[in-house]
Unconditional design. Structure first.
Length: 365
């Protein structure tokens, strides 16, 4: 019997009750046999190390109802919304899903599709004037929240594809920054990360019990050293080091010895905090302006249904269940990312050793 797969795009940073609702709704809406999550790895789109390693988050995702967890390739996981969406959708195309279900503040697929179909010349013109992507969107379309903007980019990436998109309404207040502000059991990942940093109990909001990984602040001594010691001609060879941002970062690093004041000074009309942090991650990872084709699926975890789907795919798609099965360029990049994730001395885990492990076969019964 032919199986049907549905895809979702996730970070699970950390996985919480809203994500569990998303998993259940994706299954209900698509009536799928297999639910496939494309998930960011050890570094996430906001330009930070993930709250805990990708293997731990993948294992929890299987426990909560996913069947197969595929890593969103790192070069796309730490990019703008447009490139993040492109990488995730291309990965789902390789996984041969029939449906994509994503969260949306407006929950109006028709409106989002109309915006996705619009010519983007006006958007590019506003960007040239120095506006950040989010501000440029708001100038054209009015107030949009992050998931709607991501959704528009998913829909752009889906154009010409056979994958059917669906939206679900984001429930709860995803813009609360603290648990005390929350009225229900669904809160933002930001609130949960803040609570974990403050050693608060998050058990009412998330099934994950974790010790949070240090934020990018822990890397600032290394970041500052690199910015102040490397010549501009070397800095601007790295991805995202363009439009003069390297000179701007160097100037602020010279003037600010502490992370908080450095980051605050860097934020301006053109550069959001996330854009700055993504740029710094590219510097730390020594990521040149190379092209990374999406030509394989890196599997992090799967259950029996996921295993059956992989067996169905194996003659059509390159599948990396083991580290050695990754393309050489990706192996080099993931090796660097594993050492970078483990860089802060306070991280007492085996994240480097985990990078070389095989995908996890798990049950969620």
């Amino acid at each position: 019997m032919k199986m049907k797969a549905c895809g979702i795009i996730t970070e699970y940073n950390p996985l919480h009750n809203g994500h569990i609702h998303h998993i259940k709704e994706a299954r209900r809406i698509s009536n799928c046999d297999v639910l496939i999550a494309v998930m960011s790895g050890n570094f996430v789109q906001r330009g930070e190390p993930a709250i805990c390693d990708k293997w731990t988050r993948a294992k929890e995702a299987i426990a909560q109802g996913c069947d197969l967890i595929i890593e969103l390739p790192l070069p796309y996981a730490i990019q703008s919304a447009q490139q993040f969406a492109y990488g995730a959708v291309e990965t789902l195309k390789l996984a041969q899903v029939e449906d994509l279900v994503f969260g949306s503040e407006t929950n109006d697929l028709g409106v989002l599709q109309k915006i996705a179909a619009l010519d983007s010349d006006g958007f590019r013109d506003l960007m040239k004037e120095g506006l950040s992507p989010v501000k440029a969107y708001e100038m054209i379309f009015g107030r949009f929240y992050a998931n709607d903007i991501l959704g528009i980019h998913y829909l752009k990436a889906l154009q010409g594809s056979a994958i059917t998109p669906h939206t679900i309404k984001r429930i709860g207040n995803y813009h609360d920054n603290t648990l005390t502000a929350a009225q229900k059991q669904i809160v933002s990942a930001t609130a949960l990360r803040t609570a974990l940093a403050n050693k608060e109990d998050i058990s009412a909001f998330s099934p994950m019990q974790i010790t949070p990984h240090p934020s990018l602040e822990a890397y600032y001594p290394l970041i500052r050293y690199l910015l102040l010691s490397m010549p501009a001609s070397s800095l601007n060879t790295y991805a995202l080091m363009d439009e003069g941002i390297e000179a701007w970062l160097c100037k602020q690093a010279k003037e600010h010895a502490k992370w908080d004041t450095f980051l605050s000074a860097c934020i301006c009309k053109r550069y959001t905090a996330s854009r700055i942090k993504r740029t710094l991650l590219h510097l730390l990872l020594q990521m040149q302006r190379d092209s990374y084709p999406i030509d394989h699926l890196r599997v992090l975890a799967f259950n029996a249904k996921g295993k059956a789907w992989l067996k169905q795919l194996k003659d059509k798609t390159a599948i990396a269940v083991k580290f050695a099965q990754l393309p050489v360029a990706y192996r080099r990049l993931y090796e660097k990312s594993a050492y970078l994730y483990a860089y802060p001395e306070v991280v007492a885990n085996d994240s480097v050793k985990k990078e070389w492990q095989s995908a996890q076969f798990l049950t969620n019964e």
